[in-house]
Design a protein around this ligand. Structure first.
Ligand code: ADP
Length: 479
């Protein structure tokens, strides 16, 4: 397989190619222009000669016999034009003038009636001397003549050929300089890329804090390095959070497993009464429940992160959901001495969501309200309309959250109330999962809380009628 050319080589070759085309075009145009200039000058000279003949003939008496005319012309023109290419013929075929130089080369000359009125220009060679010639008819005092004259291009062509020779030496020299220049330029431009490549080789899962060199050039490469470094920041943060998550999960699972093991070992060490065995079994069962809840939450979070669950979005009645959950939670709250109220205040509207996810989200919030509200407290689950959205809220009169802990409550494994005597065993995953579920519905959870007074967690979903929002959710889910 042919190895692809390096960018450096490709850039140099492209530069060379474009430069070569430009150089050749320029050289060819220059040569053409010089040649055209030479011909224009010589054409003017020939036209002047024809005009001079015309003036000469006009100066002759009207009925001058041909013989006298010929003699007059010979005596005048032989001195100045004897060695040049010049001949004049009358309308009846009588020669008026013939210079020696042309007689042998052009024994015949067309009569005025056979020559185009504008004349004919052509090039011929006289003893290897290039000659630029003109044959033109003129009319003087009612008589027509054909004038043929020519001028040597020799001296001009020497200049022209010299110019061409120099161009032929200059063009390859300039091209060689362009090739070397292109190579040097691409080297200069790509040197930082080589430096970036070298640094990037050092980056692996053990050295994710390594960053690419920041270029001071403020060009595209500097921007690229900056973007790559930002990407590395994000990868490092993601990697760190996965590591923390795994460590926390292992830590959270280790305690209940140790506890179960210790309970079983102690129970097996000595013979016990049936009641004692029952107690041990109850404790083991409680720990198992805690473990399975934890594992369940971990799995749910992982699935939410990976968007592994396909959500079934449909139009839902928010009030119906409040009533359904209200029925279940009134009883549970009562068992903890908490009064519960469901306030379905969003009648006649629907929201677009996935029923099991919304049920789970609200269950997490209600579970927290129940956990963190002492007996005698009050919890309300409410839905109400605000603008074009339905707001779901769970408020309680519980222990509340300290202002400094509020920004962290949605973090995984974060527990603000660990030191509180009321805090039952949780793993700090509930709100993280609730937030992930809310995010998949295109919304976020808001929290307002005052320590020792209570908290209110809420989120809003667009009304089903606000169809453009629905489209957005469906598109986002499809990504
Ligand atoms: P868990 O309840 O298992 O500890 P969560 O993620 O559900 O984990 O909650 C994180 C923390 O937020 C809790 O430890 C608690 O300190 C605080 N929190 C959540 N809901 C409430 C609430 N209704 N009242 C007071 N604190 C709360």
């Amino acid at each position: 397989m042919i190895r692809p050319l390096s960018i450096r080589l490709r850039l140099s070759l492209w530069f060379f190619l474009i430069f070569a085309v430009a150089m050749f075009t320029l050289s060819a145009t220059c040569l053409w222009m010089v040649h055209r200039c030479i011909l224009t000058i010589e054409t003017t000279e020939l036209q002047q000669r024809v005009r001079s003949i015309q003036r000469f003939l006009e100066a002759q008496p009207p009925d001058e016999p041909i013989g006298t005319l010929r003699e007059n012309m010979v005596s005048t023109y032989d001195v100045t034009h004897g060695s040049k290419w010049l001949q004049v013929i009358g309308q009846d075929g009588d020669w008026i003038y013939r210079s020696k130089a042309i007689t042998e080369l052009y024994p015949h000359l067309a009569l005025p009636s056979a020559v185009p009125a504008d004349g004919t220009y052509f090039e011929f060679s006289a003893e290897s001397v290039p000659v630029w010639a003109l044959i033109k008819p003129i009319t003087v005092k009612g008589r027509s003549y054909t004038v043929q004259t020519g001028t040597s291009l020799n001296s001009k062509l020497i200049v022209y050929n010299d110019f061409r020779r120099q161009l032929m030496i200059l063009t390859p020299t300039v091209l060689l300089i362009a090739l070397l220049g292109g190579w040097w330029m691409s080297r200069q431009a790509l040197n930082p890329v080589a430096a970036i490549e070298l640094e990037a080789r050092h980056i692996n899962d053990k050295s994710l804090n390594w960053r690419l060199p920041v270029l001071e050039t403020r060009d595209e490469l500097a921007n690229l390095t900056q973007t790559l470094n930002q990407m590395l920041d994000r990868i490092e943060a993601g990697y760190k959070s996965v590591r923390e998550f795994t460590a926390n999960a292992a830590h959270e699972l280790r305690s209940p497993i140790s506890l179960v093991r210790a309970e079983a070992e102690v129970a097996l060490a000595f013979p016990r009464t049936a009641d004692q065995y029952k107690e041990v079994c109850e404790r083991i069962q409680a720990e198992s429940v805690r473990m399975s809840t934890l594992i369940d939450n971990l799995l749910s979070l992982a699935r939410a992160d990976a968007k592994a669950d396909v959500l079934q979005f449909e139009a839902l009645d928010p009030n119906k959901l409040v009533k359904e959950l209200g029925g279940k939670w009134t009883m549970l709250m009562e068992q903890h001495g908490i009064s519960f109220e469901g306030e379905p205040d969003a009648a006649g509207v629907s929201v677009f969501g996935d029923l099991p996810s919304l049920r789970r989200l609200l269950t997490i919030l209600l579970d927290n309200a129940c956990k963190y509200t002492p007996a005698g407290g009050h919890v309300v689950l409410r839905t109400h309309l605000k603008d074009d959205a339905v707001v779901f809220s769970v408020s309680d009169t519980g222990i509340g959250i300290a202002a400094e802990a509020l920004p962290s409550v949605f973090k995984r494994f974060y527990r603000a109330t660990n030191s509180s005597p009321i805090a039952p065993g949780g793993a700090g995953l509930g709100l993280a999962l609730a937030e992930a579920l809310a995010e998949r519905h295109g919304t976020t959870i808001q929290v307002q809380s005052t320590q020792l007074q209570g908290s209110c967690f809420s989120f809003s979903l667009p009304r089903y009628a606000a169809i453009h929002n629905v489209k957005k959710i469906v598109q986002r889910e499809a990504v």
